[in-house]
Write a protein that binds this ligand. Structure first.
Ligand code: C5J
Length: 227
């Protein structure tokens, strides 16, 4: 069955038997006050606003029994997977690995590294700890998706122009068709979100497609009506 999802730059032809949802880095470190995003001087309330849309998107995939992957930007406690070039960049109040309000910043297993409770992974859903911005670097995710015959990825999460866009570009290079749900992704900088989406859909969808959640829901409803 193919679902025709109204999207930019043109309809996305979704095959539910070959698609997975990827929810990028909806972790407390980026979204809640006191986390890494906050210590970098960002207004984290912008990111909190997409939690309901992202929850509805997750619910849609669960309802249709489709696979869901959650990622977290996470480093090992000994920081052996965090190059100094990443840890030492900028002049943040706290660096990766430092003790923050929710435990050590961006360290696997710490309270701040957990996915926000509203979007908590369910049993059987894949959770990937990624040391990079992109979801394929040092994670084994490509092989895992291959084992499940996934060829299409629907994207949500934060931040649009950093980990989401990097992951979409990596996915595009690996042959996946990628659809970004525009109201289930956010940036600390509205202009960067808008520009990232334009870059993704430009030139005939050089990286992929983009659409609001309502259009994806409509496509599922239409398929139900058509039987
Ligand atoms: C950042 C991310 N912004 N998940 N990480 O450092 O986008």
């Amino acid at each position: 069955m193919t679902l025709f999802v109204s999207a930019r730059p043109y309809d996305f032809e979704l095959d539910p038997s070959q698609a997975a949802l990827v929810v990028i880095d909806m972790q407390r470190d980026f979204i809640e006050p006191g986390g890494f995003g906050d210590t970098l001087g960002n207004d984290v309330s912008r990111l909190t606003k997409i939690i309901p849309t992202t929850a509805a998107l997750i619910a849609l995939f669960r309802k249709h029994g489709m696979p869901i992957v959650h990622t977290r930007e996470a480093h090992r406690p000994d920081l052996s997977d965090c190059p100094p070039a990443k840890r030492l960049r900028g002049k943040p109040g706290l660096r990766i690995g430092d003790e923050g309000a929710m435990g050590r910043i961006l360290i696997a297993g710490e309270p701040g590294n957990q996915i926000v409770s509203e979007l908590a992974p369910a049993a059987g859903e894949v959770v990937i700890d990624k040391p990079g911005k992109g979801m394929f670097w040092a994670t084994g995710l490509h092989e895992m998706l291959g084992d499940r015959d996934v060829t299409q990825l629907v994207f949500a999460g934060v931040t649009t122009e950093v980990c989401v866009q990097t992951s979409m570009r990596e996915a595009n290079d690996r042959g996946y068709e990628c659809l970004l749900i525009e109201d289930a992704t956010e940036s600390y900088f509205p202009e960067f979100k808008a520009a990232a989406i334009e870059m993704i859909v430009a030139q005939g969808g050089i990286v992929g497609w983009a659409t609001p959640l309502a259009k994806l829901e409509e496509a599922f409803e239409q398929a139900t009506i058509d039987g």
